[in-house]
Design a protein around this ligand. Structure first.
Ligand SMILES: [Fe+2]
Length: 294
């Protein structure tokens, strides 16, 4: 027997049903036709869902059997002592997934070279930065392994940009909005070898630069506020890495910097090695481990 009953729980779902069908009491299910169906489906196409599935869809946003990620929510930093163990960065990366190949190679070295074309290969202070922002998909996890530390200087400092962004949102939502919406161009421009360009946030016209120029004063004021929040000492983690130590961090959340260091370590300069792991293999590994230890 069928009885007509309005499916109130469907109302909250952001789709456009063409009709509310009847519920089949025997099977406790409903047929739903869609107003804006996927192109190619016939007019009579409909979807049959059990009431249990609809209730779960309404409460959780996913159907039974559809796994939703339930990783620990993003946490802000707290300062805690770290117990670091001597590991090889390649072994750690391999336990997560395939490393990301870039024009720097699967792995790379950070040490001073003469006539460096990249600031990383000098002994100068390096301000806070995210790596490879000129890529459409910058690396997610960065691993840095200390082979040799400088005798003087060269400490690494890490800042939580997410923390600063949350605080900026609460303190000055217009500044937050400016940084979140005004497009900025990033490029690596070496025409003989590599030319990479992106715009973030993505801008759908060719006029990203003029869009920034039109708001450049606002953008600089907003960026200054963000930078001040970023540089708060309680939000920084500084460590002069010792040989054998390896740091892993989310490259798209954690900005990193390096203090200037002494070039006088003849034959024993500061030397870090590193590699990247992309977001997909990282989250895949999390899901696999979650499944394994659930
Ligand atoms: Fe870097």
């Amino acid at each position: 027997m069928q009885m007509t009953r309005k499916l109130a729980i469907v109302k909250s779902i952001q789709v456009a049903p063409r009709l509310f069908s009847t519920i089949n009491s025997a099977s406790d299910s409903a047929n739903i036709g869609w107003k804006n169906d996927v192109p190619g489906f016939p007019e009579e196409h409909n979807t049959t869902l059990s009431m249990a599935a609809l209730r779960q869809l309404s409460s959780s946003g996913s159907l039974p059997g559809q796994q939703k990620d339930s990783f620990r929510p993003t946490a802000l930093w707290v300062q805690e002592p770290l117990n670091l163990v001597d590991y090889d960065y390649r072994a750690i990366a391999a336990r997560i997934g395939p490393v990301k190949d870039t024009f720097y190679g699967y792995t790379w070295d950070v040490r001073t070279v003469p006539d460096a074309i990249n600031a990383a290969y000098t002994s100068n202070d390096l301000g806070f930065h995210t790596e490879l922002l000129y890529f459409e998909q910058p690396p997610h996890i960065q691993l840095l392994h200390c082979v040799q530390s400088a005798s003087s200087g060269g400490a690494s400092v890490f800042a939580d940009a997410f923390n600063a962004a949350v605080d900026l949102f609460h303190m000055d939502v217009d500044a937050f909005d400016t940084l979140a919406t005004v497009p900025v161009n990033y490029h690596y421009n070496h025409p003989d070898s590599n030319v990479y360009r992106t715009t973030k946030p993505e801008h759908l016209t060719d006029h990203a630069l003029s869009a920034l120029n039109n708001k450049v004063d606002w953008w600089h004021q907003a960026a200054s506020k963000f930078n001040a929040l970023l540089q708060r000492s309680e939000c920084l983690y500084e460590r002069k890495m010792r040989p054998g130590e390896c740091v892993l961090f989310n490259n798209t959340r954690i900005l990193h910097s390096r203090g200037a260091f002494d070039m006088a370590d003849i034959g024993k300069p500061r030397w870090l090695r590193g590699t990247y792991v992309d977001k997909d293999p990282y989250f895949s590994k999390l899901r696999v481990l979650q499944h394994k230890f659930r």
